[in-house]
Design a protein around this ligand. Sequence first.
Ligand SMILES: [Zn+2]
Length: 213
Amino acid sequence: MNLILLGEPGSGKGTQAEMLVKKLGLYYLQGGELAREWAEKDERIKKIVESGELIPEKEMTEFVRKYLEEKVPEGENILFEGFPRFIPQFEDYEKWLNSKGSKIDAVISLDMSEDAAIKRLSSRRVCENCGEVYNLITNPPPAPDRCKCGGRLVQRKDDNPDSIKVRFQYYRNNTKKLIDYLESQGRLIKVDADRPIQIIFDEILEKLGVDND
Ligand SMILES: [Zn+2]
C-alpha cells in the first residue's frame, strides 16, 4: 500500500507516519528530511531550508525522483510525508509509481486549526545527539532539555516563530491547494488531528480498511 500523508506544519504528521510505517511495513520517506539531507551538501539549498521556505518545486521533484530511483529498493511500498506539496509534484509522483506498475493507494490529510498547530510547533524539541523528536506538550522528554540518551534538546532552526509563519504561508498557497484538489476528486481521507495520537491513528487505519488488532 503506497500512502501519502498530508497536513499543515505541526499537525503531527511525523508521529502518525512512524506509527503507520511500523504497522503496515512501509518504506518511510519524509520530504523535509530529504531536503535537510540535501541542504547539508549544498549551501544554496541550506539557506532556503533554514529560512523556512520550500525548495523550488521542479528541483525538489527531480531530487526526489533520483532518490527513488537510486535509494529505494524496487517494489517497496512507500509512505510519503511532506511530499508532494504541489499538484504537479503529486502528478509526477503518481506517474512515476504508475510507470513501476504501482499506484497511490490513499492520501490522508491531517486537519488542524492553525492556532493549535503553531502552539505545537513552538513546543517541538530535537536531540542534538540522536535526533529523537519530543514535544513539550504532547510528548515531553524525560527531563527538561535532556533526551533519554543524555543529549541536549534544541529547537529546529525552522521552528522559530518567523520560519513558522513563512511555512504556514507556503502551506496555504501550495499544499492546501493540493488538498482541495484531491478532495474535489474524492481522493482524500480527512482526519481531525486535534485529538490524542492513538485516536487519530485508529481512525486512519479504519478509514484505510486495515484490521487494527
Ligand atoms: Zn538523544
